[in-house]
Design a protein around this ligand. Structure first.
Ligand SMILES: *[C@@H]1O[C@H](CO)[C@@H](O)[C@H](O)[C@H]1NC(C)=O
Ligand SMILES: *[C@@H]1O[C@H](CO)[C@@H](O)[C@H](O)[C@H]1NC(C)=O
Length: 323
């Protein structure tokens, strides 16, 4: 019966901003699964080595200055990987068919939010579930939830960024649910910023809504799309992630597509330009300019902070179901 889902009888998928298509779900799904798998691999298989490594290769502020920070986090993460695991670069590989399918489905995990639950929303095919990431130089073993939870005892793990973080955290929660259920201990009014706790392992998971990493304000334009309602401050970080930064042992950062939105750009609380604003006579900023400024500022904060969590930076998020 599983294959006989009636195609025409489904509810349309529902995203927060009404822009979603079924095919895009594939990207968020594989991205989330891969990230969760890679994280588990990193922290379970090589946990001891990695903690040592993270300290050994953390940069002194002088060295950071010499390198001028820039978007180097990904490179430095890759370098660390290559130094420690010369035989396997986890990030270079390909998606291959995986007959076993994922470690969870909508039937085994009840924590998938309704608006990203493909099967319950009527997606008829299941082929997208049967893909796995294959690094060129090694196999990525399936997640061992108990090993992961044990390795994460007394730790806190934060996903910081935009909606892909939700896909990542729910993928992780679902895979861990075989061993222990996450207790929902906090959410803000939008459910975008949330905290879960695993009492048996004293592990705290955070997802922090900071889609630009820098400070932003949205102003009510009363539905008038010609009025730009997003105001971005290039020189102020979003305190939603920086104020609690000292609490996190592991950080995954994923941002990207929100920079497509029309915005007014500020520095020093003065308007200095805008993005995607043909009708305004202001200096135009490109997405690359905004993204790289926000990243450089954020990475500088991370690199010079006295607190040194293990940080994974995920490059530009693919388009996916939640914007
Ligand atoms: C949980 O972990 C925190 C942070 O490491 C620690 O301070 C606290 O004592 C732990 N609590 C329990 C009950 O083990
Ligand atoms: C976790 O924290 C508790 C309480 O502080 C401590 O007794 C225990 O050794 C810690 N376990 C690990 C693996 O850090």
């Amino acid at each position: 019966m599983g294959d006989e889902i009636v195609v025409g009888d489904h509810q349309p998928l529902h995203s927060k901003e009404g822009r979603s298509t079924i095919s895009l779900i594939f990207f968020k799904f594989i991205s989330a699964i891969f990230l969760a798998a890679a994280i588990c691999y990193l922290f379970v298989s090589n946990f001891d080595a990695w903690t040592v490594d993270a300290e050994k290769f953390s940069m002194s502020p002088g060295k950071q200055d010499a390198l001028n920070i820039g978007p180097l986090n990904k490179e430095s993460t890759v370098k660390k990987l290559q130094l420690k695991k010369e035989t396997c670069d986890l990030w270079t590989g390909e998606w291959i068919p995986n007959s076993e399918g994922p470690g969870y489905t909508h039937e085994t995990c009840n924590q998938i939010p309704p608006y990203v639950n493909c099967v319950n929303n009527g997606r008829p095919d299941t082929g997208y579930l049967h893909w796995g990431w294959k690094p060129n130089a090694c196999d990525l073993p399936p997640i061992d939830p108990l090993k992961f939870l044990n390795a994460m005892r007394n730790k806190s793990f934060a996903f910081i960024g935009s909606s892909i973080c939700h896909n990542q955290v729910f993928s992780l929660i679902c895979q861990l649910s075989e061993e222990e259920m996450a207790h929902d201990i906090y959410h803000d009014s939008t459910y975008n910023t949330r905290t879960w706790y695993y009492p048996s392992h004293n592990l705290t998971l955070y997802v922090i809504w900071a889609p630009y990493l820098i400070h932003y304000e949205t102003i009510d334009n009363h539905g008038d799309a010609s009025q730009i309602n997003l105001h971005l401050h290039l020189d102020i970080l979003d305190t939603k992630w920086t104020s609690e930064y000292g609490k996190y042992d592991y950080v995954v950062i994923s941002i990207g597509p929100h920079f497509y939105k029309s915005s007014i750009i500020y520095e020093n609380n003065q308007v200095i330009g805008c993005h995607y604003c043909p009708h305004l006579n202001l200096k135009k900023f490109t997405i690359n300019e905004l993204y790289s400024k926000a990243l450089q500022f954020s990475l500088k904060f991370i690199a010079t902070s006295e607190h040194n969590p293990f940080v994974i930076f995920k490059t530009w998020s693919p388009d996916h179901s939640e914007h």
